[in-house]
Design a protein around this ligand. Sequence first.
Ligand code: GUN
Ligand code: FE
Length: 436
Amino acid sequence: MSRQAYRAALVHMLDDPCRAPAAEACAYHTDGLLVVEDGHVAAFGAYEDLAPALPAGTPVEALSGRLITPGFVDAHTHYPQTDVIAAWGSQLLGWLNNHTFPAEQAFADRAHADEAAGFFLDQLLRNGATTALVFCTVHKTSVEALFDAALARNMRLIAGKVLMDRNAPPALCDTVETGRADTEALIRAWRGRGRLGYAVTPRFAVTSSEAQLAMAGEVAAAHPDVLVHTHMSENLDEVARVGELFPGHRDYLDVYQRFGLLTDRSVFAHCVHTSEDALRRMVGAGAAAAFCPSSNLLLGSGLFSLRQACACGVTVGLGTDVGAGSSFSLLHMMGEAYKVGQLRGEGLDPLHAFYLATLAGARALKLDDKVGNLAPGKEADFLVLDLAATPLLARRMAAAKTLADKLFVLSILADDRVVERAYLAGALAHARDGDL
Ligand code: GUN
Ligand code: FE
């Protein structure tokens, strides 16, 4: 058995801070001890409480000035879109046609997909994302490239082949039958390997026929261990287009519901223009939303109301939505979510933002029995954050008194330099300073 302990400040969330009293929702130890045994968390607590019981001979690494957190969960992103980060000039539907669809066509080539997958996963790790729910492209091989790269890194990743049979370039369209066959084959080939999971991934209602959405619902129903991952109500032109393509439905969610895609394993990215009625139907079904503030601001999609979603009881994770979103950093997304909250007059408590980036994301992806915090028994995916990574950060951090102050400073000033190390299942997977 391997056992290693780390002494540093520690923080993680145990519950939703909007629903549980702060003392129960969050555990914070300024002098803490994290004990890792065989890739899992064995203990998390105050150093003075845990040190006396530590088995003799356990190595303890002292990491002063550092904050250990759980790895972040990116609840919605696209690995083939790294190269459209910072593409400007249009909103969603124009951006897809002008930038995204051309970039995705390159993933028919396995070598391109391999290179892009490796770069993408390394970016996740250097920014502290240890778990993610990821769109691939319509090409089966794009999923194989990403899963191979994730398996090699032992990352906890859920991904799927995009289903798209209309309103997209012919080179990016499958059919009902090839979409079904490829999806079934991928589920069979990858289920249970490493820390991988599959998500049935119709892109959005605009690019799938009724028959394809029905097929996606059938495949999801046949495989209770897979998620459903799609976009919903991101942009007003998109919502109007869905109304034209699917007349007679109560709303956008109703389209997904009719085809069996509203499930307790569904993650709907965006939900910016989703009514309270639809949010409540999501709660009734056990579906989750992914809030993607950077993307929503850059594409001008709108301002998601986290307050409304929380009041309705929706599980909300935080997504980078690369490449509409411009950063791989969930810390940065916490800051962007705060700015959206400010524009809505809602604000956002830093502890709530931290919950979104960790445990809430794990809950949205139905992985909270495995990751999302550092409770004993969970997989030891954690980060060592350097709170003095830049001169400005060090200066502002020195004046930050409370945990909320510190998390807020990180959310506004952090980038990948803050992530000194990232561990996956107890093993060092990224070292900022190159001592991997
Ligand atoms: N809606 C449908 N496809 C996409 C996509 O690739 N990115 C975003 N942000 N929204 C979408
Ligand atoms: Fe997206």
